[in-house]
Design a protein around this ligand. Sequence first.
Ligand SMILES: [Zn+2]
Length: 282
Amino acid sequence: MPELPEVEIVARLVGAAVAGARVESTLAPGVNALKTFDPPLHALDGAVLTGVSRRGKHLVVESDAGLVLLIHLMSAGRLQLFDRRAGLRDRTSRVLVRLDDGRELRLREFGTKQAAWAKLLRAGELEDDEALATLGPEAWPDPPPLLPLLGSQARPLHSLLRDQRTIAGIGRSWVDEILWEARLSPYKRGTDLTAEEAEALRAAIVGLLGEAIDVYEETLRLPLPDRLPLPLKVHRHEGQPCPRCGTTLEAVHFEDYVIAYCPACQTEGRVLKDRRLSRLLK
Ligand SMILES: [Zn+2]
């Protein structure tokens, strides 16, 4: 589940490695992954890549040809750089950018769902693309004050913070860490936030996402592993002691994600109703 810190480190490491390399050819083995046809993908052939940047959870592969490849990894996509070309049997291949030095920049996707996508856009059209035009302010490094952003919305913080139109970059993993760090209930509503809580939340977002990027900077090198080692303390740690107070971390299960939290630190000791669990117990 790549979120802002994971996408940022991919942009930095892969971007530095491909800058200056010339594209020899391109290929889109994932028939549904490439969402645009004009300009065609092969318009990138012969261009020199100039780097990779990040917008929210999107990657932007930049070139000197006035063209950019906008990529969303969704939940199971990876952008990886390989010294050799993919074999034809690699079923994870979605979009291949072959460089004339033999290396290959590869958008891959694991699992059965085909959700990751790429769009080849003219550089001038990038910011107007609907995927970016609807993004809220970046969660890191310097998001705006959160009270004006969240204070008028009655939805729970867990859903608000993952809404890319509200604030860009946070997903299911880091939202648990952020709410735990700020000692806020996942179900607290935006409209119920005090100025102090909004400030704590902002500090938690900036601090945790920045720390995660620092950890990746220190530990990760190319080639990037298929699974990045996320430095999480709360998410996926239900059943274990809270790193701050020792209380057992609890979880609420949904069909495709899990909220983990500390009852003592975040919900005044209350264990939130977990429908899956109560159904199992019946
Ligand atoms: Zn705790």
